[in-house]
Design a protein around this ligand. Structure first.
Ligand code: UDP
Length: 240
């Protein structure tokens, strides 16, 4: 049995893929609403929630680079812009049910959202607003998982809660091996040495260096997001 944590400030990472669900469209509004409802419930308890959104449901730089003469940096900028679309969608959903929410972008788009200003982000959180960080790190060649680790360290959040479409980390691919076991706890070193596809190396190393635990859990099970935020045992906990 994993210990239950009481987080004060968390960073929720929502991948683009998780936002898409099984919809043909890029975003499933049922999923954004489920996220909004569960986040609303925990912010009422006083837990501060920051969110990093991915963009893979719309555009992934690495898989486009090379085609049609697109260089990696340009492709990655398009990918970062995709995360802004998701962020604005999620913000609109959150505000539709009354959660004050600010989007901060890693590069300036000041007609659309605030620029990322660390101290301002922290102030929003202290006032009970949800802050959505968009445009990743603002740099090509990185991922939004790395942005999640980076922002967590910057704003002194206590954990990265990685919402995915799987229950957690398995010892083998559960799609191919029906006997694959869900691992309840893992060390950073396990993830790195066994090359488990939890997060890219840059992201997991940043978490390790800053002692940031990572919880990988399934966003599609009702109640899981609030459970993860409340520090209840869910999915896989990666740490020390
Ligand atoms: N991206 C980037 N720098 C960052 C974060 C993201 O260049 O700091 C680009 C990259 O092209 C990536 C895309 O944005 O493929 C979408 O982000 P990601 O793939 O991390 O989204 P997710 O897998 O979480 O949906």
């Amino acid at each position: 049995q994993k210990p239950a944590y009481k987080w004060r400030r968390v960073l929720l990472k929502v991948s683009g893929e998780a936002l898409a669900g099984d919809q043909a469209q890029n975003i499933d509004p049922k999923i954004t609403m489920a996220i909004a409802r569960e986040v609303a419930a925990v912010t009422r308890l006083g837990i501060e929630v920051a969110i990093v959104v991915g963009g893979g449901n719309i555009f992934r730089g690495a898989s486009w680079a090379g085609s049609s003469g697109l260089d990696r940096s340009s492709a990655d900028y398009i990918g970062m812009l995709a995360t802004v679309m998701n962020a604005i969608f999620l913000q609109a959903t959150m505000e539709s049910i009354g959660i004050p929410t600010r989007v901060q972008t890693a590069f300036r788009m000041s007609e659309v959202a605030e620029p990322y200003i660390r101290r301002r982000a922290v102030r929003h959180l202290e006032k009970g607003r949800v802050v959505i960080f968009a445009a990743g790190t603002g740099n090509p060649f990185f991922t939004t998982d790395t942005a999640a680790a980076l922002r967590t360290a910057e704003i002194n959040a206590e954990v990265v809660l990685k919402a995915t479409n799987v229950d957690g980390v398995y010892d083998d691919d559960p799609k191919r091996n029906p006997n694959a076991r869900l691992l309840e706890t893992l060390t950073y070193q396990d993830v790195i040495s066994k090359e488990l596809s939890v997060m890219d190396l840059t992201a997991i190393t940043l978490c390790q260096e800053n002692n940031i635990p990572v919880v990988v859990f399934n966003l599609n099970k009702p109640g899981n997001i609030s459970k993860a935020i409340m520090g209840e045992s869910v999915g896989t906990l990666i740490g020390g």
